[in-house]
Write a protein that binds this ligand. Structure first.
Ligand code: AR6
Length: 200
């Protein structure tokens, strides 16, 4: 339990199902960006974003979870895409997921931060949102790209993500709501902190 009324407003839009009932939603007044704790495979958005690798043929982490939940047809469509470069994004159907589309993006591997990682991570968020807008998506949910197996520090990634999303949304009025789905409380705390910062 424990939803605040404002949390319900946010969560209702994504029609969160059972597993997310205890998720915490935080919303800045008038913001189109929301953070919550949950499993992105359960979210009914127009698009969920996958933190993929350049093969787009599946892997561990959120990528594995999305492929398992979507079913075999997802990897079949992915094979037709011939991979994806770091910082870029490609779109497929969501198959058995509650989400209509999956946007597959490839985050940078963290190598200390001096090898273009922030620009590449920002590009993942920006290109994913542009692709979502091209496909008339109004609601888009992101995982914390690169912060698992790819080793990007979660606090730095949260700041870069929020900044890139804010900047892209300025040009994309069709996107009504972006949900940042943290897998644990700590990742959520980094996102909330970055959301509360005025402007980077
Ligand atoms: N819902 C939301 N977030 C999740 C879920 C989930 N079901 N599962 C994990 N996370 P990662 P990366 C979080 O490792 O760092 C794959 O093998 C996780 O806690 O999934 O971009 C790909 O094929 C972390 O905060 O992606 C690539 O080879 C975040 O999602 C590589 O991993 C991202 O962690 C990509 O690594």
């Amino acid at each position: 339990g424990g939803f605040e009324p404002t949390m319900w407003l946010v969560c209702e839009r994504f029609r969160l199902i059972e597993d997310l009932q205890d998720a915490q939603c935080e919303r800045q007044a008038m913001s189109r960006i929301t953070s919550l704790v949950g499993d992105i495979t359960k979210i009914e958005a127009d698009a969920i974003v996958n933190a993929a690798n350049s093969s787009l043929l599946g892997g561990g982490g959120v990528d594995g979870a999305i492929h398992r939940a979507a079913g075999q047809e997802l990897v079949q469509e992915c094979r037709l895409l011939h991979g994806c470069k770091t910082g870029q994004a490609k779109i497929t159907s969501g198959y058995r997921l509650p989400a209509r589309h999956v946007i597959h993006t490839v985050g940078p591997v963290w190598r200390g931060g001096e090898e273009g990682e922030p620009d590449l991570l920002a590009s993942c968020y920006e290109t994913s949102l542009r692709l979502a807008a091209e496909y008339s998506c109004k609601t888009v949910a992101f995982p914390a790209i690169s912060t698992g197996i790819y080793g990007y520090p979660a606090d730095l990634a949260a700041g870069t993500a929020i900044k890139a999303i804010r900047s892209a949304l300025g040009d994309l009025p069709g996107i009504e709501s972006v949900m940042l789905v943290a897998f644990d409380e700590q990742a959520h705390a980094h996102l909330v902190k970055a959301l509360k910062r005025k402007e980077d």
